[in-house]
Design a binder for this molecule. Structure first.
Ligand code: UGA
Length: 436
């Protein structure tokens, strides 16, 4: 099938490449010429495992192309919209500028019978507002939220755990859902749940899923705070409650909390939208979820200060990690980078390393010192702070090796990913999050 994808960021570029890999003919459209130039050459403009290969294969097959020219979307049967919906400057609501611009660019390209499939995360009510404009062009709008995780985006796109299609009522909506089933044929064939809903439900599925995940993380981080007051160990607690199948162990990783381009801004936008709907009360807890999450960053900083005897001023602190999570170069609202910035603000001589995210981190915080080499980062540091659980730090860095690089013996484990007993046995003062 011929498809177009508007927006070629973390979501759209992967979607375009993944759809080409399952046999569709896809054009990716973006207003950023630099991004398009890179993608058109088959070069991933950001780090996402597996994407590079899909781009190379897709372009070589002739099924995948990228352009800044929206008219290239003409003739496609389904047009995906996967542009960003960042937090508004000066507010908590979502900024829909890019969605509106993408729709404006797309409208003149539509033919009767086309389908526009919204993938961006939007406030509930957006699809109903956009639908008449798309219907006026003879096309049908469906809302088809995306649940991919950065770092696993290729796999999540090709083989998602569910597909959701918010469609208009009546036959037209059912027909549009059928077309989407065809688009996602390999997943549908293997029995992936395909849930057809109305617009509002589809939009809400997305934001409520992210709100639930954020709440789960903040729940365990709240338990970490209680553990800190009582000498309990939150990692054992998480293991124990996680054995209850109703609770589950996933997303009970206590640490410096969630960040990235989705969870933080999505819970804020959700609360803002609920407020507009007169239902602010219903999701008031999301403000608490946000507050707990942000407190944990400060806690990590405090552990470094305490570990170094009350002051970090003028002392070298090695920060392992800048990305908001491993397998990503994304530093948007990264808790790791935030910890580094706060330590820098306290006068520490902070050196940050990361296997993928240094370039993005430097652009955002040029005041920090970056070092590509992990061991050079650690060399001579008074404290080592692990804030993004890349294997390079979590599994492959032994306390003995770290100890051979520095006389400093303070390690702060912002992700509870290190083997505390091993680090202690090697002579380190180990500080975890919510652990004695
Ligand atoms: C999240 C959702 O998981 C996806 O389903 C969704 O599609 C995506 O947002 C989106 O809206 O686009 P993502 O932001 O890629 O995906 O990252 P997650 O894997 O959810 O991690 C989010 C943050 O939570 C990271 O900073 C991670 O370190 C943190 N986290 C995760 C914890 O602190 N503890 C955990 O136990 C798990």
């Amino acid at each position: 099938m011929r498809l177009s994808v508007f927006g070629c960021g973390y979501l759209g570029a992967v979607h375009a490449a993944a759809m080409a890999s399952i046999g569709h003919k896809v054009v990716g459209v973006d207003v950023d010429p630099r991004k398009i130039e890179s993608l058109a050459k088959g070069e991933a403009p950001f780090f996402e495992p597996g994407l590079q290969q899909l781009l190379t294969e897709g372009i070589a097959s002739g099924r995948l192309s990228f352009t800044t020219d929206a008219s290239a979307a003409r003739g496609a049967k389904v047009h995906f919209v996967g542009v960003g919906t960042p937090q508004q400057a000066g507010g908590h609501a979502a900024d829909l500028t890019y969605v509106n611009t993408a729709i404006d660019d797309l409208l003149p390209q539509l033919s009767a019978g086309d389908i526009v499939a919204g993938k961006s995360t939007v406030p509930v009510g957006t699809a109903a507002e956009l639908a008449p404009r798309i219907a006026a062009a003879g096309a049908v709008l469906v809302w088809n939220p995306e649940f991919l995780r950065e770092g696993w985006a290729v796999q999540d796109t090709i083989d998602p755990d569910r597909l959701v299609a918010g469609v208009p009522s009546g036959e037209e909506g059912q027909r549009a859902a059928e077309v989407l089933r065809e688009v996602y044929h390999p997943a549908v064939a293997k029995g992936t749940p395909f849930i057809v809903t109305d617009y509002a439900t589809a939009e809400l599925v997305k934001v409520s899923a992210n709100a639930f995940l954020a709440t789960k993380i903040s729940f365990i981080n709240a338990m970490a705070e209680i553990a800190e007051a009582t000498g309990a160990d939150v990692t054992q607690l998480a293991d124990a409650i996680g054995h209850d199948a109703r609770i589950g162990r996933k997303f009970l990783g206590a640490g410096i909390g969630f960040g990235g381009g989705c969870l933080p801004k999505d819970i804020r936008a959700f609360a803002a939208r609920a407020e507009e709907l007169g239902r602010g009360e219903s999701v008031n807890f999301l403000r608490e979820v946000d507050a707990i999450n942000l407190r944990r960053r400060e806690r990590a900083v405090q552990l470094v200060v305490d570990g170094l005897g009350g002051s970090v001023y003028g002392k070298k602190v090695a920060v392992l990690g800048a990305a908001f999570k491993p397998h990503s170069d994304d530093v948007r609202d990264s808790p790791a980078l935030d910890v580094a910035v706060r330590l820098n603000g306290l006068g520490a001589d902070v050196v940050v390393t990361d296997p993928q995210a240094i370039e993005n981190a430097r652009r955002l915080h040029p005041q920090l010192t970056f070092e590509a080499d992990r061991d050079e980062t650690i060399r001579g540091a008074a404290a080592v702070v692990m804030v993004t659980e890349w294997d390079e730090y979590r599994r492959e860095l032994s306390p003995e090796h770290a100890g051979s690089l520095t006389g400093g013996r303070v390690v702060v484990d912002g992700r509870n990913g290190l083997d505390a007993a091993a680090w202690r046995a090697a002579g380190w003062s180990y500080y975890g999050m919510g652990r004695p």
